[in-house]
Design a binder for this molecule. Structure first.
Ligand SMILES: Cc1ncc(COP(=O)(O)O)c(C=O)c1O
Length: 411
């Protein structure tokens, strides 16, 4: 039985009081809290297993290497990838997208080519493409939104051409929580000979994910949004695509051989096997192990249960928020179309005022642009407040949030 009250016992930080009120953490889209199993795994690693990986024959290094590889395996199983060769550990979603932009995009995109991006993207799925287009001269086409705030699939189909080389979309919007139809996105891209890069930062932590069923070419996500530590994230890539890509960064770990030729006075370099070819230098071993523990924790709960719990909270919160006269919610009002994210504003107050008022009651929410400035321009918003749920949030916390929100309304 899924019981958020029981789950809360695993999260030490949730025992904290802020401004003399029990902490109500509703900023999960920014980063999640960590269960003691993850915290313990990190502590245990540094206390008992710490060594560099793939470098030495001694016992500690062997143990650390085994753990680090097991972490890749656990993540591969979690998203149904075809083995650890398809799982590259990076710093987070941002680095994963930059890896694709620079390793794949730098060599495969040229003047005359097109990249398709949506206007609901987080800046991390816009800025790398804009930077690269200034180097390589390809064009970028932006897909807008439909009336529900979802992706305008018709516009996408009209914009895509044989010149399109890659289509980059988020699975779940970090502004509205709307769930995009990734299978449809991938099919349209593949029908035109283009690849797909899916930003899974807000989907992998909250929905069951099966990369083979979705048929995506790349999927990027962050460990810290799914109970794991900061500084570790994942780029999934189809094996044949990764095999044909050049490395992102050069250094140790990513090479098999560096042979100096005394005649040419140059080095000939061969790359290491996947996924190490893309993990140059000493990797973030400990946080990879922490991520493995986070994935195990989520698998034990079951991602269907995670999704169902967030759905109940979102539906309840939206129903109550919609009853408030001065609160406006953006994006879909039907909770079944989205994950547990609700953007809103209170008439007459800036989003930061709302967030600071709630902070007085120990309630943590996000305010500002949430790194989606183009989307805010479309919605004609200066900024927005955002609540976002996770496995440890409860109906009682939604009630506390609503009580405080109604107080703001009465000011
Ligand atoms: C949809 C989406 N993409 C990308 C990111 C960037 O993630 P990170 O900062 O972990 O690289 C975020 C973070 O909020 C996000 O919500």
């Amino acid at each position: 039985m899924f019981d958020p009250h029981k789950i809360r016992e695993d999260f030490p930080i949730l025992k904290r009081k802020i401004n003399n009120h029990p902490l109500v953490y509703l900023d999960n889209a920014a980063t999640s809290q960590k269960p003691r199993q993850v915290i313990e795994a990190i502590k245990n690693f540094y206390e008992n297993r710490n060594a560099n990986v793939h470098r030495a024959v001694h016992t500690l290094s062997q143990e650390a290497s085994e753990l680090y590889e097991k972490a890749h395996e656990e993540v591969a199983d979690f998203i149904n990838a075809d083995g650890i060769e398809e799982i590259v550990f990076v710093r987070g979603t941002t680095e994963a997208i930059n890896l694709v932009a620079y390793s794949w995009g730098l060599r495969n995109l040229k003047k005359g080519d097109e990249v398709i991006v949506s206007l609901m993207e987080h800046h991390s799925n816009i800025v790398p493409w804009e930077i690269l287009s200034k180097i390589n001269g390809f064009s970028i086409k932006y897909v807008g939104l439909n009336d529900e705030g979802g992706l305008d699939y018709e516009a996408y189909e009209e914009l895509i051409t044989k010149k399109t080389k890659i289509a980059c979309f988020s699975h779940v919007s970090n502004f509205s929580g709307i769930i995009n139809d990734v299978k449809r996105i991938a099919k349209i891209a593949h029908d035109h000979g283009a690849l797909t890069l899916i930003d899974g930062a807000q989907s992998v932590p909250h929905l069951p994910t099966d990369v083979r069923d979705l048929d995506v070419d790349f999927l990027a996500f962050s460990g810290h949004k799914m109970l794991g530590p900061t500084g570790i994230g994942v780029l999934y890539g189809k094996r044949d695509i990764l095999e044909n890509m050049e490395p992102f960064q050069g250094g140790g770990e990513m090479i098999r051989e560096v042979l100096f030729d005394s005649i040419t006075q140059r080095c000939t370099i061969t790359w290491n096997n996947l996924p190490w070819k893309f993990e140059a230098g000493t990797p973030n071993i400990c946080d990879g192990v922490g991520l493995m523990e986070a994935v195990k924790y989520l698998r034990a709960i079951g991602m269907e249960n995670v999704q169902a719990h967030e759905h109940v909270l979102t539906e309840y919160a939206m129903k109550r928020m919609l009853e408030c006269r001065n609160v406006e919610i953006y994006g879909p009002k039907d909770a079944s179309l989205k994950c547990g994210i609700i953007p809103f504003n209170v008439e007459g107050f800036s989003s930061h005022d709302v967030a600071l008022f709630l902070d007085n009651y120990g309630i943590m929410i996000r305010s500002g642009f949430h790194c989606t400035q183009p989307l805010h321009t479309i919605f004609k918003l200066k900024s927005s407040a955002r609540v976002s749920f996770y496995i440890y949030n409860t109906r009682e916390e939604v009630d506390k949030f609503m009580e405080a929100l109604m107080e703001i309304e009465q000011i």
